[in-house]
Design a protein. Structure first.
Length: 216
């Protein structure tokens, strides 16, 4: 039985100098398939079937990066799929995952600092945090100097759940990076670091906060 975490080589559909990214993502696994070398001019198609020419970016620097946008969407969907199913066992969602992760990684983190990391409102964090505290995954303690200050620590149950989720995602990352080599893995890390930096310091709008609520 194939390891579900190890990506299987799949057939890339070539249609008149185009690559259908939807096919790349959704093609059934077939160990006998091989990725074909794409021609110099490659493009993607949206789920609706619209073809995005490979040279669209060259002709119009303002053209959307459709291929990368869709790849990031599908990569994120795969990245959170298995953790979502584990979280559902506890009645939790992605917001609980994010809060628990950063509390585990930063023992004694202040609520104010957690808010700054997650870029959500106090109300949004308060709801999720209360559930994690009430169910015994996070412990809230007063600060040593200022009793009004709230410091957050993961309980043993919280650490175990976070570790379980992190291992699921780590295996996915390792499987995806396996064929890239050290240099390729470094490029991926630099790309994600630069992409994350484009949002540095930005404040969430009310609409974005509502989206976070739905994502919970």
């Amino acid at each position: 039985m194939n390891d579900p975490f190890v990506p299987t080589l799949i057939e890339v559909t070539i249609v008149h100098d185009y690559v259908n990214m939807a096919d790349v993502i959704s093609s059934p696994s077939d160990s006998s398939s091989r990725v074909r070398a794409a021609p110099a001019r490659v493009a993607a198609t949206t789920r609706s079937g619209a073809i995005i020419p490979a040279d669209a970016g060259e002709a119009d620097p303002e053209a959307p990066q459709y291929d990368l946008i869709e790849l990031l969407f599908f990569a994120y969907r795969a990245f959170i799929g298995r953790p979502d199913r584990v979280l559902a066992e506890f009645g939790f969602g992605r917001a609980h995952h994010r809060v628990l992760h950063f509390v585990v990684r930063n023992p004694g983190i202040r609520v104010a600092d957690l808010l700054d990391i997650l870029k959500i409102t106090k109300q949004s964090l308060g709801r999720v945090l209360k559930q994690l505290i009430d169910t015994g995954f996070i412990d809230q303690r007063p600060g040593p100097d200022d009793r009004r200050e709230r410091l957050l620590y993961a309980t043993e149950a919280g650490k175990q759940l976070s570790f379980r989720l992190s291992m699921l995602q780590s295996r996915q990352i390792e499987a995806a990076l396996g064929g890239l080599g050290p240099e390729g893995a470094g490029d991926v890390r630099r790309f994600l670091t630069l992409l994350a930096a484009t949002d540095a310091g930005e404040k969430r709008s009310g609409a974005a906060t509502e989206a976070d609520e739905e994502d919970a």
